[in-house]
Design a protein around this ligand. Structure first.
Ligand code: TNX
Length: 541
């Protein structure tokens, strides 16, 4: 066999034919079960066909994805068809592989590669695995050893966030980002669309949000140096662009969770509609970073009319079950001195107690009232862990970022939780300690090994409580991240470590083995033109 292979190789090179390379199923994230079998491998060639079930549009799209991926990696673009040939076919099929809707199975024999998914999403993940098992080269032919792979994710929620408020990213790059997530089997894109420094989503009822709120005059240089770059910055997505991006993500089995951060981090909205603040303004879209004292005024009914108007359009655009309503870092100083807020506090009978002030309970009132509005429209809220202060809204999912404690507390109260603690999941933090040679970052230190070591389900929880941990997510805040290239540099390769945290059972995780699997993924990054950080391993060694 070996001799015949060598002869074949020689023959190919002599006759100028394609170079033969072997697929490797040890991909990132590592599939749960890989059983290799002896026997003649399957060979990908120009004649290979990809077969999908008739009249299934999603499966047709899956077939198109696979054909395009194989072309990128090998130069061979198989034809897609609904009629299965006897030989030389990659067959996409649906069947209950197991009860997990995202599960898939891959079977390779001499004649066929069959990818069976519990759903179209499962097939999509099987395709990602096959794509990553495929070597990357110019004009190559590929041998796939016989194998049976059975795989499914550990968590149903596998998230990644992008902040486009601090620095706007063009719609085309958002799509590229979605492709990056898909490559890592991530299925939730948390899109941070509003903040003090910019409002990025067109709202028809409140046009000034984007006319005024989407642009700032200039941006502070470096770490709040008090010096400014003198250059305007801004941008927003039209509703048509948003719908297009939602569809693009959906086709890749990614749900977009939009975030409208309230009642703090709202200066961009206040600049547009100053009557929504306690002092009435004037306000300016923020040019610096941090937390600002001017926030929405919950004493005024107009504030709720505004939020409900905004969220109604958000719900129209995003089919997601979850709408993220922020809730983080909301100073209370304006509310303490605002007659409207104090009247509201009185009416509601809110009082200081040993744990929280009346103003904290006022923020809980805002959250609960917005939650009710969204629940009435069939949606659920996610909020940053500050929503635990005061009283937690009845159906809220908590995103635990200031460590795991908030998430633990929420799970103990029978609330769902997404774990995204800064110390493992903040990709705006430095990835090496060689700060001199890294681009300026917000601070912190989250090397890839640290990301890999993250265990999102705390031991202290009971088995029932553990079920409330929906999954882990990483966040990319962009105060210091201005360009698409820089976004890619901060995200990759840490996202590869994240995806094993999200996908693998804990006992399957092994950092040393992960490092051996990674180079083949990096070769694909190269092929795709991704700007990833290359030196992050050497530094720690
Ligand atoms: C905290 S995480 C914030 C963001 C910043 C980030 C910087 C969270 C809910 N709030 O506004 O961008 O730190 O790391």
């Amino acid at each position: 066999f070996i001799i015949s292979l060598a002869t074949a190789g020689l023959l190919f090179s002599c006759s100028g034919k394609k170079e033969m390379r072997e697929a490797n199923y040890q991909v990132v994230p590592l599939p749960a079960e890989i059983t290799t079998e002896n026997g003649t491998p399957f060979t990908l060639s120009k004649a290979t066909k990809i077969v999908f079930p008739q009249e299934n549009e999603k499966m047709q799209r899956n077939a198109q994805f696979l054909a395009a991926y194989l072309e990128i990696s090998t130069g061979i673009k198989p034809e897609i068809t609904t009629t299965a040939p006897q030989k030389n076919a990659v067959i996409l099929a649906l069947d209950a592989v197991n009860e997990n809707p995202e599960a898939y199975r891959i079977e390779v024999n001499e004649n066929t590669i069959t990818i069976t998914g519990s759903s179209e999403a499962g097939v999509f993940y099987g395709i990602q695995t096959l794509r990553k098992a495929t070597p990357v080269g110019e004009n190559i032919s590929v041998m796939y050893p016989q194998v049976i792979i059975n795989d499914q994710p550990r968590f149903g929620y596998r998230g990644m966030m992008l902040d486009v408020a601090r620095h706007f990213e063009p719609a085309d790059f958002v799509k590229k980002y979605i492709d990056m997530l898909a490559l890592h089997n991530i299925n939730r894109f948390h899109w941070h669309l509003t903040d003090d420094q910019g409002w990025r989503i067109e709202i028809k009822k409140f046009p000034k949000l984007t006319e005024i709120g989407a642009f700032r005059k200039e941006t502070v240089i470096g770490k709040n140096t008090g010096k400014y770059d003198g250059k305007p910055h801004g941008g927003f997505y039209t509703q048509d662009e948003i719908s297009d991006i939602v569809k693009y993500a959906e086709e890749r089995y990614i749900t977009i969770i939009p975030e409208i951060d309230l009642p703090g981090h709202m200066l961009s909205a206040l600049a547009a509609y100053p009557e929504l603040g306690c002092t009435g303004g004037p306000y300016e879209v923020a040019k610096e970073w941090g937390v600002f004292e001017d926030v929405l005024c919950p004493g005024k009914e107009a504030t709720f009319e505004f939020l409900e108007g905004v969220l109604s359009e958000v719900m129209e655009l995003f089919p997601s079950k979850y709408i993220h309503i922020g809730g983080d870092e909301c100073p209370k100083v304006r509310w303490e001195k605002c007659p409207d807020c104090q009247r509201r506090i009185k009416e509601l009978g809110l009082k200081d107690d040993s744990k929280h002030t009346a103003e904290h309970y006022l923020q809980s009132y805002v959250t609960a009232r917005i939650e009710k509005f969204l629940n009435d429209h069939g949606r659920n809220i996610i909020g940053w862990d500050e929503i635990l202060e005061g009283e937690l809204a009845p159906n809220a999912t908590v995103m635990s970022w200031r460590g795991m404690e908030g998430g633990i507390l929420a799970a103990q109260m029978n609330h769902d939780v997404i774990m995204t603690p800064t110390s493992y999941c903040y990709f705006d933090y430095y990835q090496t300690q060689d700060i001199e040679n890294e681009p300026l970052s917000i601070g912190g230190y989250v090397p890839i090994e640290k990301v890999y070591s993250f265990e999102p389900v705390p031991e202290v929880l009971t088995p029932e409580q553990k079920k409330h941990i929906l999954g882990p997510q990483a966040n990319l805040w962009t105060e210091y991240i201005k360009t698409p290239e820089h976004v890619e540099y901060m995200v990759m390769p840490r996202i590869a470590a994240l995806c094993e945290v999200q996908w693998l059972q804990p006992e399957k995780k092994n950092y040393e083995e992960f490092l051996k699997r990674l180079p083949r993924l990096l070769a694909l990054y190269d092929k795709l033109g991704y700007h990833y950080a290359t030196h992050v391993f050497d530094i720690q060694a």
